[in-house]
Ligand binder design. Structure first.
Ligand SMILES: [Zn+2]
Ligand SMILES: [Zn+2]
Length: 346
């Protein structure tokens, strides 16, 4: 049996219980989970604020585990390998998006690794658990020698920032502005610096500005200071990781002609845009959702080669509830990761 931390309804407290995973199919791998990151979207799904909540729910979509069993048709992965599973557990594989490696925009809707039904109609339970079963097309190899706990948050948080950096050509000669130094922002700073871009950060917190500089930002600004004026028209891309209501219009002027402001956070409130800021500056507002499997594999490799990893607070499974309360209050440096190793033998 699988030991899991389950929510019986929206708003319920976590309960340690046993669940059943699907039997290992010919294309499946079975993972003994080692670590799982706690992503803000776990809280959003559990709250059922956007609807679609399936209860009982076992959250968790930033999993790293060790392969313990492989189905008869599985290729390229062996027992003992470290692999990750992010948000995507399956998709149709044949639509235009899937064929292009963008499984997260699958025409039929991709299967999430939790709070979602698999292709045979069974509810998927996520990674706050001792093990996981998934089709091998959707696993992400973790390089040997990598710090598995620091890699876990990259499976969602890392790919969320990597995708737009790649899509908008961030690298030497480009200037990126990161809004918000949190779970996503602290990874965006590291990836963009490793790609050779100039990175500026805006944060009201002096402690976070210090962290941003340590993580590779050239400049960390207080958005309420006059120094912000020096950066008007200087940026090629703004990655906006803020997940609550905020004013977009004050940021567009930082973009040079043709620059883009890309939303990664998903506030549930309306955000207004003053059209002249876009029209006169030839600027655009973009959005980006996680990323496909192939890009996720590239991202993990890149992170390993460049020493990019999440800054984490490692917690034990019985502390998930307390961690959720802290995350809800924005009190984490910068990602909680659950140490699941003790569940494996229990
Ligand atoms: Zn996530
Ligand atoms: Zn598809």
């Amino acid at each position: 049996m699988t030991i899991a931390y389950q929510l019986d309804t929206a708003g319920a407290a976590f309960r340690r219980t046993e669940i059943e995973r699907r039997p290992l199919g010919p294309r499946d791998v079975h993972l003994d989970l080692q670590f799982c990151g706690i992503c803000h979207s776990d809280l959003v799904a559990a709250s059922n604020k956007l609807g679609g909540g399936m209860y009982p729910m076992v959250p968790g979509h930033e999993m790293v585990g060790i392969v313990t069993e492989v189905g008869a048709d599985v290729e390229g992965v062996s027992v003992g390998d470290a692999v990750g599973v992010g948000c995507i557990a399956d998709s149709c594989r044949v639509c235009k998006s899937c064929s292009a490696g963008d499984e997260h925009y699958c025409d039929t809707g991709f299967t999430l690794s939790f709070n979602s039904k698999d292709r045979e109609g069974r509810v998927n339970y996520g990674g706050y658990a001792s093990d996981y079963v998934v089709d091998y097309d959707y696993i992400v190899p973790i390089p040997q020698g990598a710090d598995l706990a620091r890699m876990a948050p990259l499976l969602c948080g890392g790919i969320t920032v990597y995708t737009p950096l790649k899509r908008f050509g961030v690298g030497p000669g480009t200037t990126l502005c990161v809004l918000g130094v949190g779970g996503l922002g602290h990874l965006a700073i590291q990836f963009a610096s490793a790609m050779g871009a100039r990175v500026i950060v805006a944060s009201r917190s002096a402690a976070k500005r210090a962290d941003a500089t340590r993580l590779g930002a050239e400049v960390a600004l207080d958005p309420d200071s006059a120094a912000l004026q020096d950066w008007m028209g200087q940026c090629d891309l703004i990655l906006d990781t803020i997940s609550n209501a905020h004013d977009l219009n004050r940021w567009f002027p930082l973009l040079r002609r043709g620059g883009k402001l890309c939303l990664l956070g998903v506030p549930t409130e309306d955000l207004s845009v003053f059209p002249a800021l876009i029209v006169f500056g030839d600027r655009s507002l973009e959005g980006s959702l996680i990323g496909g499997i192939s890009d996720t594999r590239d991202m993990i490799q890149f992170a390993h080669e460049h020493g990019v990893g999440a800054e984490i607070e490692l917690i034990q499974p019985d502390d998930i509830e307390a961690a959720w309360h802290r995350l809800h209050a924005g009190d984490v440096q910068y990602r909680f990761v659950i140490d699941l190793r003790s569940l494996g033998d229990g």
